[in-house]
Write a protein that binds this ligand. Structure first.
Ligand code: TTP
Ligand code: MG
Length: 364
């Protein structure tokens, strides 16, 4: 069964990930940072002990500094660590440059983070390893940044590939090597295996792909529920999830229309609060943040006003705050008498919440 499924998967997928992204950018822009241990995050000495490390260069990593570590802890591990505050605007601009380059190779792009994406290059006539080399060259040419690329026939293997020879490496995992590759993989490197799963596996004496392969689907389901299926197929180097083209995202918003027009400011305020709560909930569910907030107001004469506000950093997902912003715009547009038929609140300029939230909102 597994062999049959593998034989059918003729896709060619690249996973691209910039090495030590924020840190590499800062080292690129300031040569003085290239030979020192560098942590991107706030210096705890300047911020009452607060701050979190977004990432660290490889010198600091060797001293035990890693992403999501408290700055103060990082300094304990590496006393001469140099701190540089993150510059998201800069990283986002570079991310834009890199995504432009991706489009030179394919339009089937699934961005995962600012510095990371899956590319389905099946339709491209050139061999996938050649494309990987060209892509790395183009990124270097445009941005002077190095990245690592994994090449294979599914997303999981492509991602494992890009991690395999980090930094500045390419790993190609063709069909004939894939099974061996996963059999020899430490269990911690399988997708979705976090601390808890790892502990469980340790107790069971499962340490690598070979041990995992030996487990039956039933056994895995009993231990891990539906995640058992994912593990079962990963051990067989099989994963059919497509590269989801999300490069043209979109906005997240909510509108209310009124049969009976609103004339009362407090009604408007209440509506904006409800809308903001719904939008915030939706954004949180999808793990998104937005840099542009647009307020839409339509009155009895069907005159529609939309007004947007764009920030350098995404808006905080705080419904009360968003409702207040909407009211500022409303009060400006309708200082006195009004008759309102529609109110709307929409986020655009959407970014994935994934990593930024940690660094943006910690200990503000
Ligand atoms: P990663 O690609 O996970 O990490 P990295 O690029 O720094 O290092 P490498 O790929 O060589 O292992 O994340 C990309 C950026 O996202 C990273 O430079 C900083 C940011 N980030 C955070 O802000 N917090 C986090 O917890 C992580 C993992 C990343
Ligand atoms: Mg990276």
């Amino acid at each position: 069964m597994a062999e049959f499924l593998q034989a059918k998967d003729n896709r060619r997928i690249l996973h691209v990930d910039i090495d030590a992204f924020y840190a590499q950018v800062e080292m690129r822009d300031n040569p003085a940072l290239r030979k020192v241990p560098l942590g991107i995050g706030r210096d705890p000495d300047l911020h009452h002990g607060h701050g979190v490390i977004a990432t660290a260069n490889y010198i600091a990593r060797r001293a035990g500094v890693h992403s999501a570590m408290e700055s103060i802890e990082a300094k304990r591990a590496c006393p001469n660590l140099v701190f540089v505050a993150p510059d998201f605007e800069k990283y986002r601009a570079i991310s834009g440059q890199i995504h432009q380059i991706f489009h030179e190779f394919t339009d089937m792009i699934e961005p995962v983070a600012l510095d990371e994406a899956y590319l389905d290059v099946t339709a491209n006539k050139m061999a996938a390893p050649t494309l990987a080399a060209q892509l790395r060259h183009r990124i270097w040419q445009e941005t002077q940044l190095t990245c690592s690329v994994g090449v294979s026939y599914n997303k999981v293997l492509a991602k494992l590939g890009s991690e395999h020879h980090k930094p500045n490496g390419v790993t190609v995992i063709p069909h004939e090597l894939a099974q061996d590759f996963v059999l020899n993989l430490p269990i911690k490197d399988f997708r979705g295996v976090g601390k808890k799963t790892l502990e469980k596996f340790e107790k069971m004496g499962v340490t690598d792909g070979r041990d995992l392969y030996a487990m039956s689907l039933d056994e895995l389901r009993v231990q891990f529920g539906s995640f058992g299926d994912v593990l079962y197929w990963q051990a067989r180097a099989t994963h059919f999830s497509p590269v989801k083209d999300r490069s043209v995202r979109q906005s997240v918003g909510k509108e209310s229309t009124f049969e009976l027009a609103l004339h009362d400011r407090s009604e408007v305020e209440m509506t904006f609060k409800t809308l903001a709560e719904k939008v915030v909930l939706n954004m949180k569910k999808k793990k998104l943040l937005g840099r542009t907030l647009t307020v839409k107001i339509r009155d009895d004469d069907f005159k529609t006003q939309t007004k947007g506000m764009t920030q350098a950093v995404p808006f905080e997902l705080d419904a009360a705050f968003l409702a207040r912003q909407a009211m500022l715009i409303f009060d400006e547009a309708y200082p006195d008498n009004f008759s309102i038929r529609l109110l709307g609140l929409t986020f655009s300029n959407i970014v994935e919440q994934k990593y930024e939230a940690v660094s943006l909102f910690d200990s503000l």
